[in-house]
Design a protein around this ligand. Structure first.
Ligand code: UDX
Length: 472
């Protein structure tokens, strides 16, 4: 226990919902193991979380929330098309504030009146290499935590090799997106051009897209961190984990963390849940409802919305649809009216934000139409819910391929957003015994991984031991 008291981890996610959730579950696991945790938000998000969340954190033993500026003006919408700008601001203004803060937290003596001893280890988002470089400069060992799949990390890591091999940019300017990709180890049997991050499609003579470039660089730089931690399991992604282990100083596969630490210490939701949807689900028949959610960043056009809506109506099942207030831009209100008029009273519910994990666990939910964000993917896997995938960007293209072609627990719409496709894939996901069976088998497999003695449970223990050793 003396060792546990020493270990004080500063966790630092990028300020996006999926990353916050993932880091929160990780922090909850650390708190349970007896460690102290400083959760570093951005000033903007800490304000947005609201007083209740801040007070809950303040009242949680051995946890505290602190913040640094993200470097953007207050009125910046922090939307998905501004991600490169956010990453840039974080790595300059944010990094400078983080350096000062960490230096002061490192110096703090045992006499600190809030019970927090000096920070002994940093676990930083795997897309922010500055965070581990600065920590190491200040004498604090640092681990990189990538909140995405092992397969997508391996694909990003392989981008320079794909360029060397002439597989990127796509030789025929994109040409046939169904062409196989050979240069990502272990994925030769299923990876196609269309499964690589979507930015790869618009590359010309080099991989110049700013977001892709930043993520590839961060992935390569993860080799410098003491270890790479991933929210996945050996049974879901064993081959990719084995390849990554050859490249990194150490690799920990400790997921799905939301299932290992199901009751998070505090809330980190940037939107208010609409709890009314749970009562609505209570009134629906077993496995009758389609749940649609495209995560916290996806934006869609009015045309895409209309295709989804017509496809869903034609499929004929009741549905629960999360339409975030910033998802459709100016046409949001018109879209809502359209949805309500098309469906009729009681057959569907549209909400701005839902308690997703509770929704997926609900007996009325029959399938999950998702953008294939990694958190949503593993949440669906854990609950054994068949998925229909319509990936938007970044790692999501690979995740949907895993679901559709490797695990078989769902169907991949990928680049098609047409009403017939929506109707057909939703029907199949709702009705196919085979997909349901594979989804159930996968869920059982992951349940074994996180149970006592399972691979992820053992890896989490090994990680806590590793952090304690780094902290001593
Ligand atoms: C982003 C990327 O898109 C994703 O691919 C990457 O893996 C992590 O960062 P996001 O797009 O938000 O995340 O998707 P996802 O990873 O699925 O995270 C969304 C989170 O919000 C999930 O934990 C989900 O449970 C939660 N959520 C979503 C809600 O709680 N309510 C909702 O209504 C919708």
């Amino acid at each position: 226990m003396a060792e546990a008291d020493m270990a004080h981890v500063l966790v630092f996610p990028i300020p996006a919902q999926g990353h916050l959730n993932s880091f929160l579950h990780f922090s909850t696991g650390l708190l349970r193991a007896g460690l102290h945790v400083t959760f570093l938000h951005t000033d903007h998000n800490l304000r947005r979380l609201g007083a209740a969340a801040r007070e809950a954190a303040a009242a949680t033993p051995r946890l505290r929330f602190l913040s640094v500026p993200d470097g953007l003006p207050d009125d910046d919408p922090r939307a998905v098309d501004g991600l490169p700008r956010l990453m840039q601001a974080l790595s300059t203004t944010g990094a400078a504030a983080y350096r000062d803060l960490l230096a002061s937290l490192r110096r703090r003596g045992a006499a600190a009146d809030d019970g927090f001893k000096p920070v002994t280890c940093v676990v930083a988002d795997g897309v922010m290499p500055f965070a581990w470089d600065i920590a190491e400069e200040l004498g604090v060992p640092a681990i990189a935590y990538r909140t995405v799949s092992a397969c997508s990390v391996l694909a990003y890591l392989s981008v320079p090799r794909l360029v060397e091999l002439g597989e990127l940019p796509f030789p025929d300017g994109g040409g046939d997106l169904d062409e196989p990709v050979r240069g990502v180890p272990g994925m030769e049997s299923f990876l196609r051009r269309r499964d690589l991050p979507i930015q790869c499609r618009s590359l010309t003579d080099t991989y110049q897209d700013p977001l892709l470039k930043a993520v590839v660089a961060a992935t390569v730089d993860s080799r410098r961190a003491r270890a790479l931690m991933l929210n996945t399991t050996a049974s879901l992604e064993g081959p990719s984990l084995a390849h990554l282990a050859e490249e990194m100083r150490d690799v920990f596969a400790v997921g799905p963390l939301h299932a290992i630490s199901p009751a998070p210490a505090v809330a980190t939701s940037l939107w208010r849940h609409d709890d009314g949807c749970m009562a609505w689900l209570d009134g629906q028949a077993e496995r009758s409802v389609v749940y649609i959610s495209l995560g916290s960043l996806t934006v869609i056009s009015h045309e895409q919305f209309t295709e989804f809506l017509h496809g869903l109506v034609a499929a004929g099942y009741p549905f629960l649809w999360v339409l975030r207030p910033d998802m459709l831009g100016a046409s949001q209100d018109a879209a809502l009216q359209e949805a309500i008029a098309a469906v009729g009273e009681g057959r569907a519910l549209v909400v701005p934000w839902a308690p997703q994990r509770d929704v997926l666990r609900h007996h009325a939910v029959g399938c999950f139409l998702t953008h294939s964000g990694w958190n949503s993917t593993i949440e669906g896997v854990v609950e054994g819910v068949p998925m229909v995938c319509w990936p938007f960007f970044a790692d999501q293209q690979i995740n949907s391929r895993l679901v559709g072609a490797v695990w078989g627990n769902g169907l991949d719409m990928k680049d098609v957003c047409e009403r017939d496709m929506v109707e057909g894939t939703v029907r199949e996901a709702m009705e196919s015994d085979e997909v349901r069976k594979l989804a159930r088998t996968l869920a059982e497999q992951v349940e074994r991984d996180i149970a006592d003695g399972g691979s992820s449970a053992m890896e989490f223990k090994r990680l806590v031991g590793f952090i304690r050793e780094l902290s001593s």
